[in-house]
Design a protein around this ligand. Structure first.
Ligand SMILES: [Zn+2]
Length: 391
């Protein structure tokens, strides 16, 4: 990609210099011999592999007009893609200095400049530029709002993000933005929960549910809130909703669910029945191992070994195999026990350091569940990895 970008940059600057030189020749009255000579200076920089100086020559010498606007924009965007954001800012600002371009073109360049600022971490400047574009009439309003949303997400300004996303949700990508709004309310709820502002958290979670009824994160957070307030039955009621929302997130609720059952004194058989029903939908090894603990307590090692082995036949996983080995090690002696121990260390090594979650949008993998993908910034697209090395 970088090599291709380098080739593009050289080509672009070369063409720009050639175009400038040609324009100069076409109309000698406008371009002095010095200016024309500067194109050759730029060309020399390029040939000597000094793209930095070639870029500044280009910006200084190639007039911005209807003919050259595209080239200026392409150069600015290319520099940004290469990570040379300060240079991209110079190129885009240089275009805006010109009064020759139309108001619509000017907005286009402002949007690019806002992107530069965002990437450079100059969030305030980017926000100011975009707010100005939204306030004035003209095209690219939704593009400006989408970029603003990125700024607010980056700055964790969830209330502002909700306001902008609500405007965007009335457009064509309603579902996408409704899901995002639901997650912003969850972010707020987590902040409230962190400072024990339970009423505010409850209200934020109710909003979150209103925007996306399938958001399993809401049920997890409501479970958390109810548990903190000692409403264990309510916590259970919220957590078991995950099965019908998005069953792949059931493993995330196991610990809190078990604690809620224990604290409420509810019949544990109901929990077992619920988890068995979940297994019908997702073959999660976390659920199997959770159930295995209970089966072992109640029916002993033989019963639990059969339960795990039955599951592994249908859905083989290394974590399940490890557990099965553990069960057999306890009941084995001598060489067989030693061999099982070796096998056990192999299975441990096989899954050690493996990512447990993956973003369905971009493929980014990580060890912890993140509701917003660190790579592509999509909300609610990170899911547990299933298969031999995962769930
Ligand atoms: Zn992603």
């Amino acid at each position: 990609m970088l090599i291709l970008d380098n080739v593009l940059l050289y080509l672009l600057i070369f063409l720009a210099i050639a175009a400038g030189w040609w324009l100069g020749r076409r109309d000698r009255r406008k371009v002095s011999p010095t200016v024309s000579a500067n194109y050759f200076t730029g060309l020399n920089y390029l040939l000597n592999e000094e793209p930095d100086r070639a870029v500044s020559t280009f910006v200084e010498e190639l007039e911005v007009n209807g003919d050259t606007l595209e080239t200026h924009l392409a150069l600015g965007n290319l520099l940004r893609r290469r990570g040379e954001i300060d240079k991209a800012i110079v190129v885009h600002k240089n275009i805006l200095k010109n009064n020759i371009i139309t108001p619509d073109d000017s907005r286009l360049v402002q949007l690019e400049l806002a992107r530069d600022y965002l990437l450079a971490g100059l969030l305030d400047r980017s926000e100011e530029l975009l707010m100005d574009m939204i306030a004035k009439s003209g095209p690219l309003k939704n593009e400006s709002r989408k970029l603003l949303l990125e700024i607010f997400e980056q700055g964790k300004e969830w209330r502002k993000a909700i306001e902008i996303a609500e405007m965007l949700a009335s457009g064509t990508e309603t579902e996408h933005f409704e899901e995002a709004i639901s997650q912003y309310h969850c972010e707020l709820a987590e902040e409230y929960l962190g400072s024990n502002r339970f009423d505010d958290a409850r209200s934020a979670l109710s909003d979150a549910m209103g925007h996306d009824a399938r958001n399993a994160r809401v049920s997890l957070l409501v479970g958390n809130l109810e548990f903190k307030q000692g409403n264990y039955q309510e916590a259970i009621r919220s957590l078991v909703r995950i099965k019908d929302q998005r069953a792949i997130y059931v493993p995330e609720s196991l610990e809190l669910l078990a604690r809620s059952y224990e604290a409420s004194g509810a019949d544990p058989q109901a929990l077992h029945d619920y988890l068995k029903a979940c297994l019908e939908i997702i073959p999660s090894i976390s659920i199997v191992l959770f159930l295995a603990e209970r089966i072992r307590e109640e029916f002993g090692d033989e019963a639990v070994a059969k339960f795990i082995a039955d599951h592994l036949k249908r859905n083989p996983t290394i974590r399940g195999l490890s557990q099965l080995i553990d069960l057999h090690i306890d009941n084995t002696q001598g060489v067989a026990k030693e061999n099982l121990a070796i096998l056990r260390s192999f299975t441990e090594a096989l899954v050690a350091g493996k990512p447990a979650y993956q973003c369905k949008s971009c493929g980014f993998e990580g060890k912890v569940l993140r509701w917003s993908c660190p790579s592509c910034k999509s909300w609610g697209k990170t899911e547990p990895i299933f298969g031999l090395e995962g769930e």
